[in-house]
Write a new protein. Structure first.
Length: 214
């Protein structure tokens, strides 16, 4: 307990850093992922190609490499932001590809007849997607999206290697101060468990209230 109590502020900053990365990147990834999923089922070929390319590139690119591309590449084009913002962008972009595929799988569970009925009533593609398809697709993919966001929380540990305050990075100053590396990592693991179990509990509640029984 001494490792935690003597360095509670350090652990607290790391915990809040990981929480902020997870929250901001998660919200952005959800928005972008749903939009890209819409692109992938769009009747416009250019949008389908863009969506397919987005998913193919990001799902098959190591997250560490994506961090290097964002944190070191964007400043070369005059984009200068805090490292935390760059980390959020990298995490959100990477995670959005997985959320896109989860949402697209949910869209595929919606009977085609419903979309055709909406179009026969004069609805546009966007109206059909927003009012008919996505509400049903979202209910079908609550659990996969929750699992993706849990993975996001754990992936945020990479940000510590790029001067971003997060939970895993707290082991470095603790190690320099001579604290037991084992107990340092034990309390880091507890912090991640709190975050991931909270996300899991939230999505379990959402699934019970909104999910489709199978």
């Amino acid at each position: 307990m001494n490792v935690l109590l003597d360095n509670f502020s350090l652990y607290g900053k790391g915990f809040l850093g990981t929480l902020e990365l997870t929250l901001y990147a998660g919200v952005l990834a959800l928005v972008v992922g749903v939009i890209i999923a819409g692109f992938r089922v769009s009747p416009v070929k250019a949008l389908r190609v863009f969506g397919t390319t987005w998913v193919a590139v990001l799902r098959n690119t190591p997250l560490t490499l994506l961090f290097f591309a964002v944190l070191l590449g964007l400043p070369r084009f005059g984009v200068r932001l805090p490292f935390t913002t760059f980390a959020v962008l990298a995490l959100a972009a990477y995670t959005s590809a997985f959320i896109c595929e989860a949402v697209r799988s949910g869209i595929n569970t919606v009977p085609l007849g419903q979309g055709e009925a909406a179009r026969s009533l004069g609805m546009t593609f966007i109206q059909t997607l927003n009012l008919v398809v996505l509400p049903q697709a979202g209910r079908a993919v609550i659990s996969p999206i929750g699992s993706t966001l849990i993975a996001l929380a754990k992936n945020s540990a990479i940000a510590g290697s790029f001067s971003v305050t997060e939970l895993l990075g707290t082991y470095k100053p603790l190690n320099e101060l001579g604290y037991s590396i084992i107990w340092s990592f034990v309390w880091i693991a507890v912090g991640y468990l709190i975050i991931t179990l909270s996300i899991s509990a939230l999505f379990n509640v959402l699934e019970k209230r909104m999910g489709i029984a199978r």
